[in-house]
Design a protein around this ligand. Structure first.
Ligand code: IDP
Ligand code: MG
Length: 134
């Protein structure tokens, strides 16, 4: 099913000059970049994106990290885009991410793990609306 997901290149990857190579992974896979915007998230946007993690030990560090510098926000579409983008990203902990995945190739630690992608069609709809409107 053709669907749209939300993907965000995180501050560590923007600061270290990985934007182009990361976006190429999605384009090379046949997905379409529908929307693209660069900017620094407000605390409200960061909390809106990561509400499910509120109260966890890493939550405050996560909010300060994700608002620490510019990110690249994208809406990406294609057949099975939600799952496909997660597969291209690799698992949350870059130490467990295989070479060839974005986190495997560009990241080292969970605290600064290069990229975000919606984890379900429901999250995707909510996150695309949060960052790009309906
Ligand atoms: P995901 O990004 O692969 O969906 P989640 O479990 O939803 O992973 O966690 C959201 C984000 O919170 C992660 O991408 C990472 O930046 C951060 N995070 C998750 N677990 C930890 C942790 O144990 N320590 C530090 N940061 C974490
Ligand atoms: Mg998640």
């Amino acid at each position: 099913m053709t669907e749209t997901t939300y993907v965000m290149i995180k501050p560590d990857a923007v600061a270290s000059g990985k934007i182009g190579r990361i976006i190429s992974r999605f384009e090379d896979a046949g997905l379409t970049i529908e929307r693209l915007e660069m900017g620094i998230l407000t605390r409200e946007q960061a909390e809106g994106n990561y509400g499910e993690h509120k109260g966890k030990p890493f939550y405050e560090g996560l909010i300060s990290y994700i608002t620490s510098g510019p990110v690249v926000k994208m809406a990406i579409s294609g057949e099975g885009a939600v799952k496909k983008c997660r597969t291209l990203m690799g698992p949350t902990n870059p130490a467990e991410a295989a070479p060839g995945t974005i986190r495997g190739d560009f990241g080292l630690v969970t605290d600064a793990n290069v990229i975000h992608g919606s984890d379900s069609p429901e999250s995707a709809a909510r996150e695309v609306a949060l960052f790009f409107g309906a």
